[in-house]
Write a protein that binds this ligand. Structure first.
Ligand code: FMN
Length: 216
């Protein structure tokens, strides 16, 4: 594997959305490292209620491009990652999560009991927020992937422009209303670095203590 990795700050500054890719495949060991880093992303209650479906076949990527209104990234990038939010995962037993955390000395008895009670998830369900919760967790994993990809010398592109029913069909979950598509991320190599579109001055988006009342 390429040992020349970028630091997190350097990767944040270097990452650009890449819309065109060379056909070069991503080496398996690099993909393994990327996916290992992706699943290190945190989730609420460590529920890990998001999955990543990796699509590399030409037919699968064509289906994803069609689902994405013909956008080129899935056709050109050798790897597409589809981030699936598992809105009902909290209702499964998930005892292995608690067992591992206890074995690792990370959770005490009180925290473990709260995990098993699922009290926060029941509250989320009452408020209609279980989907939002799972999508947040999936988006954090996607963010990890984009930064890790840059760090490892890969290009990436987040994608939200797609028909969810068609994306679900492309990965074989069209009959699963409990699963939602959070985002897709294209991964591959680019010949060129996309230009930096820039950001507004920090004063425009970062505030201290209170959101400004003058802001509409
Ligand atoms: C959640 C999300 C969804 C996006 N979806 C698309 C997309 O479907 N197609 C596309 O071309 N770019 C998409 N983008 C890329 C944005 O346009 C891009 O991030 C933005 O212009 C800033 O450019 P940068 O990523 O190079 O900093 C998406 C970005 C995010 C964060």
């Amino acid at each position: 594997m390429n040992a020349q990795t970028l630091s997190v700050p350097a990767a944040i500054r270097a990452r650009r959305t890449t819309r065109h890719y060379r056909p070069d495949p991503v080496p398996r060991e690099l993909l393994d490292e990327l996916l290992d880093l992706a699943v290190e992303a945190p989730t609420a209650w460590n529920m890990q209620d998001r999955s990543i479906v990796m699509v590399t076949s030409a037919s699968g990527r064509r289906d994803l491009s069609n689902a994405a209104f013909g956008q080129p990234q899935p056709l050109e990038a050798p790897v597409m990652l589809v981030f699936v939010a598992e809105t009902a995962a909290w209702q499964a037993e998930n005892a292995d999560i608690a067992e591992l955390a206890v074995r690792n000395g990370a959770w005490n008895a009180d925290f473990t009991a709260m995990f098993h009670s699922r009290s926060e998830f029941h509250s989320l369900r009452q408020r209609g927020l279980t989907r939002e919760n799972a999508v947040k967790n999936a988006m954090i994993a996607a963010t990890y992937v984009m930064l890790a990809a840059t760090s490892l010398g890969l290009s990436s592109a987040p994608m939200n422009g797609w028909d969810p029913d068609l994306v679900k069909k492309a990965i074989g979950i069209e009959d699963r209303p409990d699963l939602a598509i959070a985002v897709m991320v294209a991964i591959g190599y680019s010949d060129t670095t996309a230009p930096y579109p820039g950001r507004r001055p920090r004063e425009h988006t970062v505030f201290t203590e209170r959101y400004p009342s003058s802001r509409s």
